[in-house]
Each structure stands twice: as C-alpha cells, then as structure tokens.
Design a protein around this ligand. Structure first.
Ligand SMILES: CC(C)(COP(=O)(O)OP(=O)(O)OC[C@H]1O[C@@H](n2cnc3c(N)ncnc32)[C@H](O)[C@@H]1OP(=O)(O)O)[C@@H](O)C(=O)NCCC(=O)NCCS
Length: 203
C-alpha cells in the first residue's frame, strides 16, 4: 500500500500496531460465521436485518462469493480487520462510483471483544489510504445512526465532517432510523484534479 504524502497522521497517539486490513477471501467463511454468530446481539441495532442462513458457514460462503465478485469488477473493496492476525471485524468500501464522482461509502464493524481499543479508528485510517491512494478516489462518505456515537467518534477522529441528517434512512432492528451523513475528501483534493497525481485510477 502506498503511503499518503503530507503531514503525520493526528492519530499517531493511539496507533494500533496489531491492526491490519486485507481483502476478504473465501477461506474466511468459517471464521466470519463464528464471529457474526457470537456478535449477533452486538451488531443487531446497527446492521441490516439478516436471516439465519447468514450466520452459517454456507451463508458466509455465499456472501463472500458476492463480495469477491464485486471486488473483481471494482465496485467494492471488501476487507477484514485483523488484530494480531485474527479476524476481528469487517470494513468495506462500497458503491464505488467513477466518472465525475470518484466516490464510495465506507461501512465497518468490530467484534465486541475488541472494541474500545482504537481498532475501528485505525482500520478506518488504513482503509482511507486504500480509497484515496490505491483506488484514487476523491471522496468517502458514511452514514451512521444518529445515536451511534461511537461510530461518529471513529469518523471524526479520521477527519470526517457531518453533512446533515437523512430522515428515516435505514430500516434496522425493526424500524426506520434517522442517520447522519459524514464526508471526507481526499488529501490530494485541490478543487480541480479528477485523480491524484501519484496514481492512475481504473474506470
Ligand atoms: C462503532 C464501532 C465500530 C467502534 O469500534 P471500536 O474499535 O470500539 O472504536 P474505537 O475504539 O476506535 O473508537 C471508539 C470511539 O467511540 C467512543 N465511544 C465508545 N462508546 C461511546 C458512546 N457510547 N458514546 C460516545 N462515544 C463512545 C470511544 O471513547 C472512542 O472515542 P475516543 O477515541 O475519542 O476515545 C464498534 O462499536 C461496532 O462495531 N459497533 C457495532 C457496529 C457499528 O456500529 N458499526 C458502524 C455502523 S455506521
């Protein structure tokens, strides 16, 4: 992964050296099924409603198959968050749009046992490097439920700013919820360039 040019990250005070990201693999199905099942209650308020099959190895294989295909055509960067080599969560750049937008959305979760230690903050920092450097994107957006203060902290610590509130934006945990939209522009944005000077985005 290419390092972004510019001043040192303001997050250096809490770097998590054990946190690494990589693209999902079909071989992750067993570990992800176990992690999703163990974190079902932890994720239910924030994640889309899932049927029981999602929490099985076969269900995770189906999901991973779709993610790997979307990655292959450049629509998505589906990652796992590793802590000391073990899968501790997921982070995804999705809805990659090219042409005049050059944008995507980011979504993430961290297993309950790993929360509160800066894992999501560091994972988001690393995936922004993928978005702005490797993929050459210009803008990353994120929606969070208005009451998801931990997620909003993770975004703010990574330089995201709030755009506004989308009313009844997502149906999770049995009802519609308002969500806040956050945005972060690429560090290379100068108001003019379509792509970063140091890469050659595809598409
Ligand atoms: C949100 C989530 C990703 C955070 O993961 P994490 O690894 O614990 O995050 P970090 O430790 O990097 O940072 C959490 C921040 O939120 C803060 N925080 C935690 N709980 C909070 C709360 N209830 N209210 C306000 N802030 C809170 C922490 O203090 C920390 O901020 P700080 O760095 O200023 O101290 C994790 O809790 C999770 O997966 N939740 C369920 C799924 C989810 O919400 N995904 C995001 C959907 S948009």
């Amino acid at each position: 992964m290419t390092a972004l040019a510019g001043p040192p990250s303001p997050l250096n005070d809490r770097l998590q050296p054990g946190v690494r990201l990589r693209v999902v693999q079909m071989a992750d199905a067993e570990a992800l099924a176990a992690l999703c099942e163990a974190n079902r209650d932890h994720l239910r308020p924030w994640e889309p409603e899932r049927d029981d099959a999602y929490f099985t190895v076969e269900g995770q294989r189906d999901n991973l198959h779709a993610l790997v295909e979307a990655y292959a055509v450049g629509e998505m960067w589906p990652g796992v968050i590793l802590v000391d080599g073990d899968i501790a969560g997921r982070i995804t750049l999705n809805n990659v749009l090219r042409g005049p937008l050059q944008s995507c959305f980011v979504g993430y979760w961290v297993a309950r046992a790993h929360t509160g230690r800066g894992v999501a903050t560091e994972a988001l920092r690393q995936v922004l490097d993928v978005a702005f450097t490797d993929l050459g994107l210009h803008r990353v957006e994120a929606f969070t439920r208005v009451d998801n203060h931990a997620s909003q902290r993770v975004l703010e610590r990574n330089g995201f700013t709030a755009v506004g509130t989308a009313r009844r934006h997502i149906h999770v945990d049995g009802r519609w919820h308002d969500e806040r939209l956050f945005e972060r522009l690429a560090p290379w944005d100068d108001g003019i360039a379509l792509a970063p000077p140091f890469s050659n985005p595809s598409g």
